[in-house]
Design a protein around this ligand. Structure first.
Ligand code: SF4
Length: 236
């Protein structure tokens, strides 16, 4: 399926004209209930019918992707606005038959990770945790300048999401859960994890791990997010 998917993706990329209009510019969002007229640039209408049909066919089977897709949709429908995300993860793990759960946590969220491990065990699941600093490699060893360490001049281990994923792979975890990995470290973890990955906590050090709060406030306190002149990396 993966190879077929990649090839189809390439064809779809070539077939689809480049445009800046996409789902973020869509008013009716009619793909959900098909009760409104879609926009002229609708990506549902533009999708390669063969590619779209192949995805549906793939998800009608009994492979892991299919079981995950059904489990996620069933949990959404059955526990809509009832189950918390932590509870949804337990439900999801059970529905896809994952018993051994990997917890890839940030060191800064180890208390929350410990609590989550208790939740998993209380619900009859196995838990195995790996903290982000595993390997204890100083940041300078991969070329990070000493002056951009949080505490300059001290030994400061880098986050090591590749090793974090490999340790969980070696433990044969069946579902890995992210607890507050940094932006980018999460990308690397997901890239190297053999088990499917879901997120319990999305790190935002400023907003108590609630990154969407900044988006709610772009009309006011977080107006700077929409100001091209306010770029912390821009040389003055
Ligand atoms: S797929 Fe079409 S209808 Fe759905 S959000 Fe995108 S543009 Fe709108």
């Amino acid at each position: 399926m993966r190879e077929r998917h990649r090839a189809a993706n390439k064809d779809a990329k070539e077939a689809m004209p480049k445009t800046t209009d996409s789902c973020s510019e869509c008013g009716p969002l009619s793909c959900y209930r098909k009760d409104k007229t879609p926009p002229t640039f609708c990506l549902t209408e533009a999708a390669d019918p063969q590619e779209a049909a192949a995805v549906v066919e793939h998800l009608q089977g009994d492979n892991l992707d299919a079981r995950m897709a059904r489990a996620a949709a069933e949990i959404e429908g059955m526990y809509y606005c009832k189950a918390t995300r932590a509870e949804e993860i337990v439900l999801f793990a059970k529905r896809i038959g994952a018993k051994r759960i990997g917890v890839a946590t940030c060191r800064g969220l180890i208390q929350e990770a410990r609590t989550f491990v208790k939740v998993l065990r209380a619900k009859g699941l196995e838990a195995f945790t790996v903290v982000c600093k595993i390997g204890s490699v100083d940041k300078t060893e991969i070329g990070v300048p000493e002056e951009v360490k949080i505490e300059k001049g001290s030994y400061e281990a880098m986050c090591n999401p590749i090793l974090q994923a490999k340790v969980l792979n070696a433990q044969s975890t069946e579902l890995n859960v992210l607890v507050g990995l940094c932006v980018g470290h999460d990308s690397l973890f997901i890239k190297y994890s053999e088990a499917p990955v879901t997120t319990l906590v999305t790190k935002d050090r400023v907003l108590a791990h609630n990154p969407v709060a900044a988006l709610y406030e772009t009309h006011s306190y977080y107006r700077r997010l929409l100001d091209p002149e306010q770029d912390p990396e821009k040389k003055s």
